[in-house]
Write a protein that binds this ligand. Structure first.
Ligand SMILES: Cc1cc2nc3c(=O)[nH]c(=O)nc-3n(C[C@H](O)[C@H](O)[C@H](O)COP(=O)(O)OP(=O)(O)OC[C@H]3O[C@@H](n4cnc5c(N)ncnc54)[C@H](O)[C@@H]3O)c2cc1C
Length: 305
């Protein structure tokens, strides 16, 4: 069987904005709000940070990232390099915060091999910012993680942790800005506990407010129940029939965003679907080619870090 008979056709995505600000000419903007997305007693810190874009010409398309230049120098005495953060708000800003851009930032803290506590440069800088502080930003960056032009395209959003950010931007564009969309939207979201289920916990329940027949939200919690670790791929298996129906209709985009480690099991799920449904036995190089084709056709879009 030729791949063409199995693969969905090319789908056009919304053209994203060009980069306006580079590290050599960054834009200085102010913090409007910096709030926790997890409870005070939770072992990690994740923040929703709203930045002011009033009186600037910073434009972006949902799915793009914003670069942040942390102040100071690295161990070689060179200015710190920029870090990218997926934009978590639709263009225009969060409801109630016009002309802003929002980020969802996890504070990186870990112990090195000598047991020393190391704090990530940029995430700690961002998480500690106060209202009114100034930040140097670049971007917008990235053009592949974009919504389809065709509103009849089924969307499957797969996120872990802060990988939820671009999906919040997409969902808010549909729900608060009435961006047309007639097909299904599945959000599969994985975190460790209920407490760090970002935008769907006791601290912030943005996603739980979005109610509509088109939208289906499935949560995977990997540590809440020590006897039953649930990851995004387990949910995909659990809801296989719904997802396979969508894949068979051949007008979908699958988006993956979050931890790098989430990719492989999801890709295996997809491979197994194609092999079983179309009675294919693909060698590794054949599967690689098939996978690359899915990406070129804009049917599979990945942003992991
Ligand atoms: C396209 C893109 C989008 C992104 N979007 C987001 C987002 O929406 N939200 C978000 O929070 N982040 C996002 N990131 C990640 C972000 O860019 C930074 O990498 C992150 O905030 C860490 O930066 P830092 O300066 O705090 O840490 P750094 O000072 O750069 O240190 C990070 C480094 O520390 C090491 N490290 C980290 N944890 C451990 C550990 N447990 N054990 C050992 N070593 C470790 C790793 O080598 C890592 O590279 C995104 C990245 C990309 C590429």
């Amino acid at each position: 069987m030729k791949f063409e008979q199995v693969l969905p056709p090319f789908v056009k995505i919304i053209e994203a904005q060009d980069m306006l600000y580079k590290p050599k000419n960054p834009l200085k903007i102010r913090v409007v709000q910096n709030t926790k997305l997890v409870p005070e007693d939770y072992e990690e810190d994740v923040r929703h940070i709203i930045l002011d874009l009033k009186n600037t010409n910073y434009v972006y398309t949902e799915g793009q990232s914003l670069g942040v230049l942390p102040p100071g120098v690295d161990e070689k005495g060179k200015p710190h390099k920029l870090r990218l953060y997926s934009i978590a708000s639709p263009y225009g800003g969060d409801p109630d915060y016009p002309n802003t851009v929002s980020l969802c930032v996890k504070r990186v803290v870990y112990k090195n091999e000598n047991g020393q506590v190391i704090k990530g440069v940029c995430s700690n800088y961002l998480c500690d910012l106060k209202e009114g502080d100034e930040v140097l930003v670049t971007g917008p960056a990235g053009k592949h993680f974009s919504l389809p032009e065709d509103p009849n395209t089924d969307l499957i959003f797969l996120a872990t942790g802060t990988g939820i950010a671009p999906f919040r931007a997409f969902l808010f564009k549909f729900f608060y800005q009435n961006h047309p969309h007639n097909a299904k939207i599945y959000l599969f979201f994985g975190t460790r506990y209920k407490k760090d289920h970002l935008y769907a916990n006791d601290i912030n329940n943005d996603f739980l407010k979005l109610k509509d027949d088109r939208f289906v939200f499935y949560s995977a919690l990997s540590r809440e129940n020590p006897n039953k670790k649930i990851y995004v791929q387990h949910l995909l298996e659990e809801h296989k029939e719904e997802i396979e129906e969508i894949l068979k209709r051949k007008n979908f985009i699958i988006y993956i965003c979050g931890l790098k480690g989430m990719e492989d099991p999801i890709i295996r799920f997809l491979r197994s679907f194609y092999e079983k449904t179309y009675s294919l036995t693909l060698s590794e190089p054949e599967w690689e080619e098939f996978f690359n084709q899915l990406s070129r056709l804009n049917r599979l879009v990945i942003e992991t870090y």
